[in-house]
Design a protein around this ligand. Structure first.
Ligand code: CMC
Length: 429
């Protein structure tokens, strides 16, 4: 294979090295293009831009493949837990029993938050969005650990293992506290004997004299949901985390920015939007057919469908679709939204508009139905995504922080505004 590529500009040829990834992905390394030719590349939305070299996650969007550190998502979903997959994403290998115990112990130890932070929750109005609260709280959290959030790379890295376990643990506690505060309910302290997802449900739903009991496999389903969201390559929020980290910012600040990026409806906010869409379709008496027509005419967007990278089934949607059916069956819930979702999916998969554009269900299409079945309020859906994505953000921050050659991320632009004007001529107006 050619190991260089040539760009021809006018009469001049410029040669650049090719980079080939371990899965055969090719990229032309144009880092010296501007210096050599005075020209930059233009790629709004970054659809053709490799922003980094990364060892964490591989996606083949054409084939619907997702692997973390080489392990297929289907195998991880079947055989591992959220914490094991988190460890894999962050440290590059599945943990041994001993490594897992140390990691899980670190997560357990850090479950509660400083009581000083309890008061921060009171400062938010009751209608504040949980993602706004989560982002602010994660950034504030860093203030309680100045030695871990120094913005001195070497120092922040010295504390990395503890910071990683702490964030994976406390993001869950903060999420549950956000819900309790908004409901006007007292906070529930973590139970150190409980597993990760079970402890979250306990902090959400236990009452002083009534401990939450998981009799229907809700915590197992939630663990799977979190695992499926653990990492997803250079998506909008992960790229944001890397962007913030590239300037030298600490892990707390970087993941707080990641939460903000995740919030939007084209990204993590889609899981809330899907349920709203399904509820509206249900309320209007439509079985989905009219909505599909509206989407084709550009009057609506089929939320939970389409993806920048997947031009095939998102493998996570496949697993979540089956899992939500199982959970609903186990709980004896007959949710009409599931029927509408299935009908929408079928109709879209057979429709020329969606087929031509290679639009398939993505991870958000079924996740809301699953979360709703286990009792998570819709407003918290994107927060649940953020809890799941935390290990991916941490792993990507680590990759940047450990690379002594990494440069600050600073794209160019093509200026299209006014050319030079004379301020003095303002008087003539
Ligand atoms: N419903 C109807 N038409 C769509 C949809 C959709 N959900 N998604 C894309 N299209 C159309 C789009 O209008 C365009 O049509 P045309 O070629 O006629 O102009 C074509 O498909 C290509 O779409 P695009 O907007 O260029 O695709 P993109 O890669 O820029 O956007 C996306 C990807 C995920 C933002 C988009 O598909 C979308 O908005 N989907 C709905 C929101 C959603 O489910 N987001 C979650 C993404 S997965 C989880 C995550 O990353 O957080």
């Amino acid at each position: 294979m050619e190991n260089t590529g040539t760009i021809r500009l006018g009469d001049e040829n410029f040669e650049f090295p090719m980079i080939v990834g371990t899965e055969g992905e090719k990229a032309l390394d144009t880092r010296t293009l501007r210096a050599k030719s005075g020209c930059v590349t233009f790629d709004e939305g970054y659809g053709n831009t490799g922003s980094c070299l990364s060892d964490i996650t591989f996606i083949d969007g054409e084939k619907g493949i997702l692997r973390h550190r080489g392990y297929p998502i289907e195998q991880l979903a079947e055989r591992s837990t959220f914490l094991e997959t988190s460890y894999l994403a962050i440290y590059g290998e599945l943990p041994t029993q001993e490594e897992l115990e140390i990691f899980a112990n670190g997560v357990q130890t850090h479950a509660s938050v400083h009581t000083g932070m309890h008061h921060h929750f009171e400062g938010f109005p009751s209608n504040a969005h949980p993602m706004a609260i989560l982002s602010s709280m994660l950034n504030s959290l860093g203030a309680y650990y100045p030695e871990m959030s120094s913005n001195n790379r070497a120092q922040d890295l010295t504390h990395f293992d503890e910071t990683a376990a702490l964030l994976i643990s406390k993001v869950r506690t903060i999420a549950a506290m956000t819900y309790r505060q908004k409901q006007g309910l007292p906070f529930v302290f973590p139970d150190y004997k409980m597993r990760y997802a079970e402890n979250f449900l306990h902090m959400m739903f236990s009452e002083p004299y009534h401990q939450y009991e998981d009799t229907s496999g809700a915590s197992e389903a939630l663990d799977l949901f979190l695992l499926l969201h653990a990492d997803h390559e250079q998506n909008c929020s992960t790229s944001t985390v890397r962007m913030v980290a590239s300037g030298g910012a600490n892990l707390f600040a970087s993941v707080s920015a990641g939460v903000c990026a995740l919030w939007g409806p084209s990204h993590g906010g889609a899981n809330m939007a899907v349920i709203k869409m399904l509820e509206e379709i249900h309320a209007s008496g439509d079985d989905g057919s009219k909505f599909i027509q509206d989407a084709k005419e550009g009057k609506a967007k089929l939320m939970g469908f389409g993806h920048r990278v997947y031009k095939n089934y998102d493998p996570r949607a496949m697993i979540l679709g089956k899992s939500s059916e199982r959970v609903l069956e186990g709980l004896g819930i007959d949710d009409p939204l599931l029927d509408i979702a299935k009908h929408l999916e079928q109709a879209a998969l057979e429709d020329e508009y969606f087929v031509q554009r290679k639009l398939y269900p993505n991870v958000d299409f079924y996740s809301g139905i699953l979360l709703k079945a286990i009792g998570i309020p819709v407003e918290m859906f994107t927060v649940m995504f953020a809890i799941g994505r935390m290990p991916g953000w941490i792993a990507n921050w680590k990759e940047i922080a450990e690379n002594s050659k990494s440069r600050i991320h600073r794209p160019r632009q093509i200026y299209t505004g006014h050319t030079i004007r004379d301020y003095l001529k303002m008087d003539e107006r």
